[in-house]
Design a protein around this ligand. Structure first.
Ligand code: NIG
Ligand code: FE
Length: 430
């Protein structure tokens, strides 16, 4: 039997030490550093048939699975081994840059003002409409290369820079092409309701999303989730409800951009519809967080966006007091040009006060929960975002002896080795 072994790890991160979903069945524990992560020292992991076959003491596993007989053997001495990162919220399929808007924001223009002038999302829409599917796919593959080098082995990617049926389908097709052509697993989300196209009436556009785009997207059969930007001057709560309910009728699980700038009630809608996740949550209250957690909706925080917008970070207390850890994602997009989960983890720690252990769960097991790739949601034996037996053989080796070295380092990439289904896909030795 052919196997991969990663041995002699100073620390191996298995997954959460207890249920950190904050759901009604979860036992609420006070979260303190060290308590959220299940870690092993002097450990090894063995991967067979693309899945984790064993974890345990390195000495023992090396005796059972000799290094010289392994298809791949990775020496992780003085290194930390973590589950491959699961980036649960990105808009990683785009062309063109918006670096001048970065500068305009530094001069004091707001994100919403830029959008109202036809910039922001609407500018990327023009670029994406003009690009061929092949060009889009190639851009996505370039982005996936960078993400993989930073440890991402599963990523959610949204459409939403088309805002018409033809271009939304083109984006989803390019996303599927990216998934086929790259080791990173790409999870597709339809987000026709990302912005109101220039010159359109919001209600008429929602009609177009519901009556034209969604049936065509369902026929195409690529998208798994349906997302909406529920925000002042974008889509109202009622419009968001129409989109997500119609999406669900077509078999797409709801997701929502909620409470980024204004608190419109998107969390209540997410809870009511049983959304997989509610994302951003910068303005959310304790009540909102409770509603999400009790309904089993995974909250997703995007510290890179908060950092880039200078809008302040969400308060962790509503999560902490319920023993919950939110997912942490990059939100990689032309407005948040930061595809590294490690950097998002640093910001989650420094900006929001997460412990390194919470931040690691945020970009691994919690990220998997937000895209229904965890045990609880898919019923499978393995859990993406963990290194438990039966989980995908996706892992990251960092240049540092503990998980803390991921958020502790910033502005450098400490990811040395990445395995996808047990196969080496990144191997860098700084
Ligand atoms: O999640 N807030 C809305 N959508 C994206 C930004 C997309 C863009 O600006 O291109 C987000 O941050
Ligand atoms: Fe987003």
């Amino acid at each position: 039997m052919s196997y991969t072994i990663v041995y002699d790890a100073a620390e191996l991160v298995v997954g959460p030490a207890n249920d950190v979903s904050g759901g009604v069945d979860a036992v609420s524990v006070t979260i303190e550093e060290g308590s959220v992560l299940d870690t092993r020292s002097d450990a090894a992991v063995v991967i067979e048939d693309g899945e984790v076959a064993e974890i345990g003491a390195s000495d023992e596993l090396v005796r059972q699975y000799p290094i010289e007989n392994a298809a791949t053997a990775v020496d992780a001495a003085e290194r930390c081994v973590l589950p491959g990162f699961v980036d649960a919220h990105t808009h990683a399929l785009f062309v063109g840059d918006r670096s001048d808007e970065f500068e305009a924001k530094l001069r004091g223009q707001t994100y919403q003002e830029i959008l109202a002038e036809g910039g922001g999302i609407l500018r990327t829409v023009r670029n994406v409409r003009d690009a061929s599917e092949e060009k889009l796919r190639n851009r996505l593959l370039d982005h996936l290369d960078v993400m993989l080098a930073h440890g991402t082995t599963t990523v959610e990617v949204k459409s939403g820079y088309g805002l018409n049926t033809e271009t939304e389908l083109k984006m989803l097709s390019a996303i599927a092409g990216g998934d086929d052509g790259h080791p990173v697993d790409v999870v597709p989300t339809f987000m026709g309701a990302h912005a109101i196209p220039e010159g359109a009436d919001a209600d008429d556009y929602v009609d177009a999303v519901v009556d034209d785009q969604l049936p065509a997207v369902a026929d195409q059969g690529i998208a798994q989730f349906c997302d909406v930007f529920c925000e002042e001057d974008v889509f109202t709560l009622e419009q968001s409800r129409r989109v997500l309910e119609a999406g669900a009728e077509h078999g797409l699980t709801p997701k929502i951009h909620a409470d980024e700038f204004e608190r419109l009630g998107g969390t209540r809608l997410a809870a009511e519809l049983g959304a997989a996740s509610a994302d951003h949550l910068l303005q959310s209250t304790d009540w909102d967080v409770r509603a999400l957690l009790e309904a089993g909706v995974t909250p997703v925080l995007l510290p890179g966006t908060a950092f880039g917008l200078g809008e302040g970070y969400p308060d962790l207390e509503p999560y902490r007091k319920r023993g919950a850890v939110p997912a942490v994602a990059t939100d990689f997009n032309p407005n948040c040009h930061a595809p590294s989960p490690g950097f998002a983890a640093t910001l989650a720690c420094v900006g929001m006060g997460m412990t390194p252990g919470e931040a690691i769960l945020g970009i691994t097991e919690r990220g998997a929960a937000a895209i229904d790739r965890n045990r609880a949601s898919d019923g499978a034996a393995g859990t993406a975002g963990t290194l438990t037996v039966g989980a995908p053989g996706d892992l990251v080796v960092i240049d540092g002896p503990s998980h803390r070295h991921l958020p502790y380092n910033f502005g450098v990439n400490v990811v040395e080795t990445v395995l996808k289904s047990g196969e080496p896909v990144v191997s860098r030795h700084p």
